[in-house]
Write a protein that binds this ligand. Structure first.
Ligand code: ADP
Ligand code: MG
Length: 697
């Protein structure tokens, strides 16, 4: 039986969303038209119509059983925030009516003081407001009408991840429209589109509850490798356990109700690891939807006796989770600008946009790396399971050959020159590469879009995309300036493409990104290799980066500075919590277990000796256990010392200290504890092992 048919998915798809068809049905015609203009062209919303929209939204929400509303926003913490207010308004003495005003729809005033602001303002003046982003639909979650909003301080500084994204979308739209005009196309809007593939782990709730490290830090800080890991490669696309299948079905249902186009669900490489891929949409909607997806995953997992782990590296030695950000540009007429064309003219346009992306990725390697930087993702990047920390681009052999001939054009004979003249010559059809994917590349062209694979699984893709959009907007700005001033468009275009490709082809690499040779070759090419989060973040405030973001009106120098600080602080805090958790687990769980177990072994030696048996095996084990316990005790002391000696200086120095001093001390303590795990009897070990957590039935 076709389950889609019996469930009638089209009937409930988007049923919890105040989407276009609901608006059309519930709003007066003029109001609907005005709102639609705002949504499509990003124009300001007339406050007069807000009241009408608010009322219609409330009536719709009440009909769906909602009682509360919230401004739903994305502060710098990486999660989404909400503060619920009910619709009730008292009338007379003892009754209420349900009300929702235009003012409440457009603007909210959450106290900003408890959200990270990176020193943007003192706490006592921490007033902030949220403003409705009408380009993302309102929706109902847990009987609450959620209104997607941007979050700013009262003095106008941005305090969230959404605002820079919305600004970057305007910036890239503006520049892309200028370029398209040169090709004779009048577009009002060019949007970037994103499909974010989400990886995650599911483990049993009962196991999770016994692991303080998972509870406090989202990842295991201890755990020896089980006899079997992922080496048999039997999990990827393998058949899905019935319990997991039931989870995925309910996940799809819940996502579909929220209008999220969950399309593909499959097992990933690691045991217990899975992936969900949605159909792509406009970037800000894709961002909201990805944030919601992560939340829904956790909620649905709980109902099925699972916990959904979104950490980048929950298990050492087992592949971590990423989020693949598939990205392209699309005009308001639905033309995908990264789709190779079938005529020379459209190919020239394609090549120009492709060149803009190549230039952007090369010039802003550091910003792209920054957009994927976190303590969690440091365990994943460069560990031969995810892209290395060096940013490079894969374009495939055919496309590289074409780009190569465009670059070589001038040095060669007339026959080859025709290739260079992209205004008139035909490019061979560029095959969409589906099978022969280069999975080791951080930034891969996949036929009609780029797939950026560095972001971590728990990331908010707003950051990834505001950086990507702005960097490409800058390339397009420069191209438009130059080409608008040219007397002969075709010649100018050919010259520009040739020059830019020549300058930036160093970023293109089609080989194995996991190899050591690439690390060396990349260094020779002068590409950046920002191995850790502090290495990357210190470049946020580099002059060229601040200038880029300021020029396109994304954020000011002060705001960039504050973002750098917030992210560095987050890095330090994450490691600090991990250390404290480790110390607690050693002192209160691992050591007591080892003491109890080794005493048991030692008493066996004594008991046997009393009846004249030598007990050689127990003697050896007791001695070995004791030696490793001593080792763990000294690691514990060293870790304690390290965390007590964190320098009280600027946050960059602190972050460097956590990386260089604290992390190695953590690794040493873990190694000793993991060794002990392999020696202590299973029943005596205080928490579930990797084998138990990863290979459940
Ligand atoms: P696969 O990687 O399995 O071959 P696809 O290439 O079809 O699958 O898509 C992978 C992801 O890329 C999906 O989330 C898809 O919606 C997204 N995607 C496809 N086209 C675009 C586009 N033009 N812009 C952004 N994302 C896209
Ligand atoms: Mg992928």
């Amino acid at each position: 039986m076709d389950s889609c048919e019996t469930k009638r998915v089209p009937e409930y798809f988007g049923s919890m969303v105040f989407n276009e068809s609901v608006m059309k049905e519930r709003l007066p015609k003029e109001t609907y038209k005005a709102l639609k203009r705002t949504i499509e062209e990003g124009t300001a919303l007339d406050p007069a119509i807000a009241g009408v929209v608010a009322n219609a939204m409330k009536d719709w929400a009440l009909s769906k059983g909602a009682t509360h509303f919230t401004h739903w926003f994305q502060p710098m913490t990486g999660v989404t925030a909400e503060k619920h207010d009910s619709f009730i308004t008292p009338v007379d003495h003892d009754s209420v009516i349900m009300e929702f005003s235009g003012k409440e729809l457009i603007k909210g005033e959450p106290d900003a003081s408890s959200f990270p602001s990176g020193g943007l303002r003192a706490t006592f003046e921490a007033r902030g407001y949220t403003a409705w982003d009408p380009t993302s639909y309102a929706f109902i979650k847990d009987n609450t009408l959620c209104i997607p909003t941007a979050f700013c301080s009262y003095t106008g500084e941005i305090l969230d991840k959404k605002t820079p994204l919305l600004r970057s979308m305007d910036a890239i739209s503006k520049q892309a429209c200028r370029v398209l005009k040169l090709f004779g196309k009048n577009c009002r809007r060019v949007n970037t589109t994103v499909g974010a593939e989400q990886e995650y782990f599911l483990i049993n709730k009962a196991d999770y509850a016994k692991r303080r490290d998972l509870i406090f830090t989202g990842r295991t800080l201890f755990g020896a490798m089980p006899p079997k890991g992922q080496e048999m490669e039997d999990h990827y696309f393998g058949s899905i356990r019935p319990r997991v299948k039931a989870f995925m079905e309910e996940l799809d249902d819940e996502l579909w109700k929220l209008g999220i186009t969950s399309k593909t669900e499959h097992n990933e490489v690691a045991p217990c690891q899975h992936e969900m891929a949605p159909i792509f949409e406009t970037t800000n909607v894709a961002t909201d939807h990805n944030q919601l997806t992560m939340e829904v995953m956790k909620r649905v997992a709980d109902k099925h006796g699972f916990v959904c782990l979104l950490h980048e590296k929950p298990f050492a030695g087992i592949n971590g989770s990423g989020k693949h950000n598939n990205w392209s540009l699309s005009t308001d007429r639905g033309e995908n600008l990264l789709e190779p064309g079938s005529t020379p003219h459209s190919n020239a346009q394609f090549i120009l946009f492709l060149t803009a992306v190549i230039k952007a990725v090369d010039e802003y390697q550091d910003l792209l790396r920054i957009s994927s930087a976190s303590a969690g993702n440091d365990h994943r990047l460069g560990a031969s399971e995810a892209p290395p920390a060096v940013v490079s681009m894969f374009v495939g052999d055919e496309l590289e050959a074409i780009l190569d001939s465009l670059v070589r054009g001038i040095d060669y004979t007339d026959v080859e020159k025709t290739m260079m003249n992209i205004g008139v010559s035909a490019l061979p059809p560029i095959p969409k590469d589906t099978t022969d994917r280069n999975r080791t590349s951080p930034f891969a062209f996949t036929g009609n879009k780029f797939e950026f694979r560095m972001p971590g699984s728990s990331f908010n893709i707003a950051c990834t995309n505001f950086i990507l959009n702005t960097a490409v907007a800058e390339s397009l700005r420069q191209f438009a300036d130059e080409l608008e001033a040219a007397t002969n468009f075709d010649t100018a275009l050919a010259g520009l493409v040739q020059r830019e490709l020549k300058n930036h082809r160093q970023i293109i690499f089609n080989g194995n990104g996991y190899s050591d040779e690439w690390q060396e070759a990349a260094a020779q090419r002068g590409l950046m290799n920002l191995k850790t989060t502090p290495d990357a973040l210190m470049h946020y405030t580099d002059d060229k980066n601040v200038k880029l973001l300021a020029r396109h009106g994304i954020c000011t120098a002060t705001e960039v500075q504050s973002r750098e600080e917030i992210l560095l602080e987050e890095y330090c805090k994450t490691l600090h919590i991990e250390v404290l958790t480790m110390l607690e687990m050693i002192a209160r769980e691992i050591m007591p277990a080892c003491i109890a177990y080794s005493s048991k072994v030692a008493s066996s030696v004594a008991t046997k000796a009393s009846i004249g048996i030598s007990a050689q095996a127990e003697k050896l084990l007791a001695a070995d256990l004791t030696a490793w316990m001593d080792n763990l005790a000294s690691c514990q002391a060293a870790l304690q010392d390290a965390v007590e000696a964190v320098p009280q200086s600027d946050v960059l120095t602190q972050a460097g200290y956590y990386r260089d001093t604290v992390l190695p001390a953590m690794d040493a303590a873990r190694a000793a504890a993991d060794k002990l795990e392999t020696m202590v009897g299973e029943a005596d070990w205080p928490f579930p092992t990797y084998g138990k957590m990863l290979f459940y039935v």
